[in-house]
Design a protein around this ligand. Sequence first.
Ligand code: FES
Length: 102
Amino acid sequence: MKISVINRDGTKHILEADNNSTLMEVIRDEGLDIEAACGGCCACATCHVYIKENWLDKLNHKGDEEESMLDQAFDVKNNSRLSCQIELSEELDGLELELAPE
Ligand code: FES
């Protein structure tokens, strides 16, 4: 499956992903500008991304921990998610998103 990511510098990257990963892992392993300081424990919000609106309904729902981390994050929008909390699956082939500012 492929996902399309706009990096912080505005460049678009098409990443090859496998469906046993989280979205954060795929972005991080590609070397894009995501810090993911807590390693995916939902404790830092440095994996914040903006999901293209038409994909929001297809994602697993936000858990309480993700909601509370996003409450403390900067530049949060309606389409904000923490990428470490998104499990990839075949239905997400073609997913489009943008990295949130630091
Ligand atoms: S990597 Fe820390 S909250 Fe996602």
